[in-house]
Structure formats: structure tokens, C-alpha cells
Design a protein around this ligand. Structure first.
Ligand SMILES: *Cc1c(COP(=O)(O)O)cnc(C)c1O
Length: 474
């Protein structure tokens, strides 16, 4: 399998293999990597998938994307190890909440949100490639609380990776902070910066901009646009699909959407042969994608906080991959359009591009009131507690999913205990943490407060990368 960038002119015929795409993340021209062709499964192959474990199915789905970068046995061993710690035997179980209506529970990983399904694989693939090359990297990142723990869990105990996560001291929830500060792995460091989330982001950017420092410590990022993440997310669409009768039954999916990575994986599953009746995105008040699908206008507005913070985004970076496809795979034209978007906040898109997008994806916008109402309604109907992101998926599925009896699947992307306050406010029940995290609030915690100061943070990183693990660790 070969890959190209979404911004690569057609005259440039250079392609990359999986290993290079995995390590690079973002293409040097600012584009995103996409495969030159999408592999397709036959109906007979999909029927055979019904008998496989989740890790075995993942190996089937990933193998064509990985190509010869990993032997089949090595890939399967990595996938079995990645999913071994998940707290449900099915890894991504379906939970029926109504007639023909299902939740796809994607919160059985270490941080109880769906990003674990790809990041647990990505960290291991990364580590294996680094070992082969005899290289190490230092991952640095900033978090407002939500994504830091998924990155930490992806990188902890990996031999060739050190990870440093900056978060704003005193400004994350206790659960978010403890998911980061109670990890004891020697290659994980969390820094409580005396400042805001924006300060943390600026510090990370400044570290990358400090070229001697960046090179000396081989800085890298856990990229949200890595193709390997998309590929790993395709797996649970197939898992749910074949469990509900695909390829002989078409399935509708509804996906709470921010960066467009999750729903894009559903689009790829369909391109690989899974019969998808309807692919519906749910957005919150930050509704740039909903507005595009409804009106054909893509225009940036300011980000406003909502009950579903993991979807509070201004620009959905993975949408560029779909745009590339529906606008005729013209990298030069897309590069120009993205430059215009960055400059003016308005994306020039033709009527054909808009129509092609609308033909693939429907959208529903769910404000905080409808989110609360959906949590309450599903609790009344079934006793099931939904986190706000999952509630948006259910609302979108009910509003725009196919009503002809084909199974409707809403992606439950976080455990209710991850966002307990709104769940309790609406249902009167405080969702307990799952068993593997039940002692989170009493685990010993180690906070490392540090000044909002680049020199102090670089000194800390330098003193604590591999070989210096004695550092501040008592
Ligand atoms: C990241 C995230 C989303 C958004 O997913 P995208 O792939 O960015 O569209 C939705 N819900 C939860 C709980 C998330 O963590």
C-alpha cells in the first residue's frame, strides 16, 4: 500500500509506505496522507469476519493498509497486546437500547473514551518502528484535560518513547488530572504549568520552534491526523456491522463529530465494502460541519464551550481527506483552497463538492438542551446512562438515521463517568467509574508544578529523558 498527501500536485508522483506515513503523521506540505487506493473486502470475507475476535478482525482490516511494513504475525501480536487490557471481552460491544437501535460502546479502554481504540495500537506500532530503526523520540503535548491521558496511556512503558504532557495547574477536573498524575511509568512525566491551557500550547509550540532543542531530543507529537489512527478506527465499524448481519444487512451509523476522524473511518469502512445505509454526524453548537452540509458554506466562527468538550473545535482537520476525494483528488487545487480557508476563514467549495459530500454524510446539530434531554430520555426508556457525546450520537441517529428497520448504531464515545456532573444533574444518578479505575481518586498522585517559563520546562525535559529517569523520581 502506498500513500500520497492531500496537497500533493498530480505532477508529483512520489508515494510513501506505511512506515514513513506512521512516523511522519502530517505531510511536509501540510496535507494529510491518504492511501492511493482503498482495499475492498468481498461479501464472503465479511461473513468470515463474524467468527473473529476483535484483535483478529483488526489484523484483517489493518493488513492491507500496513502492507509489508509488519509481518502478519507481528501485527496480530501487537493488536492482541493493545486490546488485552480492555475491560470487555468483545472490546467494542453493542448494547441494544431500542427496537433496531444500538449503542456501540467505545469506552472499554484505559481512559474510557474511544481514542484508546486507535492510540493503543498507534503507540505500539510507533515503538516497534523506532526499535527497528534504533531511534528514540520525545513526545511533548499540551492538554486542557481531555486528550492528555489518552496520549499518556498510548505511550506509557513503550521502550523508545518518552512523553511529557503539560496541563494548566488547577484548571482540569480531578478525574482528568488524576488520570495523568497517577501513572507511574518511568517514561511518563506530567507538568502542572502555572498558567492557562493556551500558555501550555504556546510552550509546546516554542519547544518545537527551538530547533537545536527539538533535534537534540527528537521531539515528536501524538498526531490526531495520523493515518494509522483512521485505519484502527475502521475496525469497530466492521465489528458492529458484521455482528448485526453485514454484508447481508445494511447498517446506519451516527457519530459525534469534532475533528472528523471517527466518522471518516466510517466512510472508509463503507468504501472497503461494508454496507452503510446512512452515515450521520452529530455536532454540538460548534457546528461548522453541520452548516457546510446544510448550506454548502464552510466558514470559521469562534469556539464556544459546550457540554461535549471533545467536540469543541473550530476546524475539523480530517475533513480535508474527504474533500480531497470528493473534489477529484486534485492536490494542487486543495492546497490553494486550504490556504484561502486559513487566510479568510472561508473555504471555497464548488456545488459539485457540496453535493458529493451531502450524498455521503448527513448531519444533525444538537445543542446543550437537546443533549440534556436525550440523556434524560434514554435514562427513562432504558436505565442506561449516556455521556454528553454519546447522547449527541443518539439524538443524531434518531433525527436523521434510516427509519426503514435497518439497524441504527450510535457510537458511544465516552463512558458516562468521564463527564459525571451533567449526567447526575439530568438523571439524579452519579455514574460510577468502571472497576479498573474505581480506585482512581485514592491512588497516590504526583504533581510537578512548574513555572510558565520555556527555559524551566526545557531544562526539566532535558533532565528527565531516557537515561535520566532517576531525575525527580523518588
Ligand atoms: C475526540 C472525541 C470526539 C470527536 O471525535 P473526532 O474523531 O475528533 O470527530 C467525540 N467524542 C469524544 C468522547 C471524543 O473523545
Amino acid at each position: 500500500m502506498r500513500y500520497i498527501s492531500t496537497r500533493q500536485p498530480a505532477t508529483n508522483r512520489e508515494t510513501l509506505g506505511f512506515e514513513d506515513v506512521l512516523i511522519a503523521g502530517l505531510a511536509p506540505d501540510g496535507g494529510l496522507y491518504v492511501p492511493t487506493e482503498i482495499p475492498k473486502f468481498s461479501a464472503a470475507e465479511m461473513r468470515r469476519f463474524r467468527q473473529l475476535s476483535y484483535a483478529e478482525l483488526a489484523a484483517e482490516v489493518l493488513a492491507p493498509f500496513v502492507g509489508d511494513a509488519f509481518h502478519r504475525d507481528e501485527l496480530l501480536a501487537i493488536l492482541e497486546d493493545a486490546y488485552a487490557g480492555f475491560d470487555h471481552r468483545a472490546v467494542a460491544p453493542l448494547n441494544q437500547i431500542g427496537s433496531g437501535e444500538f449503542l456501540l460502546e467505545l469506552f472499554h479502554g484505559p481512559t474510557i473514551a474511544f481514542k484508546d481504540y486507535a492510540l493503543q495500537v498507534l503507540g505500539r506500532l510507533f515503538d516497534a518502528v523506532l526499535a527497528r530503526r534504533g531511534e528514540r523520540v520525545t513526545i511533548v503535548g499540551a492538554t486542557s484535560g481531555d486528550t492528555g491521558s489518552a496520549a499518556i496511556e498510548a505511550c506509557r512503558d513503550r521502550e523508545n518513547i518518552d512523553i511529557f504532557i503539560l496541563y494548566p495547574h488547577g484548571r482540569t477536573s480531578a478525574v482528568q488530572r488524576r488520570q495523568m498524575t497517577t501513572v507511574k511509568s518511568p517514561n511518563v512525566r506530567t507538568l502542572a504549568v502555572e498558567g492557562s491551557f493556551d500558555d501550555c500550547q504556546d510552550l509546546v509550540k516554542a519547544m518545537f520552534a527551538d530547533v537545536p532543542f527539538r533535534n537534540r531530543h527528537r521531539l515528536s507529537a501524538v498526531n490526531s491526523i495520523n493515518w494509522a489512527r483512521i485505519a484502527a478506527q475502521v475496525v469497530y465499524y466492521f465489528a458492529a456491522g458484521v455482528a448485526l448481519g453485514a454484508p447481508d444487512v445494511p447498517i446506519s451509523f451516527a457519530v459525534p463529530t469534532g475533528n472528523f476522524g471517527n466518522v471518516y473511518a466510517g466512510h472508509i469502512a463503507r468504501a472497503m465494502g461494508l454496507p452503510v445505509a446512512e452515515l450521520v454526524i452529530g455536532t454540538n453548537r460548534n457546528d461548522i460541519l453541520y452548516r457546510f452540509i446544510e448550506t454548502g458554506e464552510m466558514r470559521i466562527t469562534s469556539v464556544e464551550p459546550s457540554l461535549s468538550p471533545s467536540m469543541d473545535i473550530q476546524v475539523s482537520s480530517n475533513f480535508e481527506r474527504l474533500l480531497f476525494e470528493v473534489s477529484g483528488r486534485d492536490g494542487a487545487a486543495l492546497a490553494a483552497a486550504m490556504a484561502e480557508f486559513r487566510k479568510s476563514g472561508h473555504l471555497p467549495a464548488s456545488r459539485e463538492t457540496w453535493n458529493a459530500t451531502r450524498g455521503l454524510i448527513r448531519a444533525h446539530r444538537v445543542d446543550d438542551d437537546e443533549t440534556r434531554a436525550t440523556i434524560a430520555q434514554v435514562y427513562r426508556e432504558t436505565g442506561e446512562l449516556l455521556d454528553p457525546h454519546s447522547a449527541i450520537a443518539v439524538a443524531a441517529s434518531r433525527a436523521k438515521g434510516r427509519k426503514d428497520g435497518t439497524p441504527r448504531v450510535a457510537l458511544a464515545c465516552a463512558h458516562p463517568a468521564k463527564f459525571p456532573d451533567v449526567v447526575e444533574e439530568v438523571t439524579g444518578r452519579y455514574p460510577p467509574l468502571p472497576a479498573h479505575m474505581a480506585d482512581l481518586m485514592t491512588r497516590p498522585e504526583r504533581e510537578t508544578p512548574i513555572a510558565n517559563d520555556l527555559a524551566a520546562i526545557e531544562a526539566y525535559v532535558a533532565a528527565n529523558v531516557a537515561g535520566n529517569n532517576e531525575g525527580s523520581r523518588a
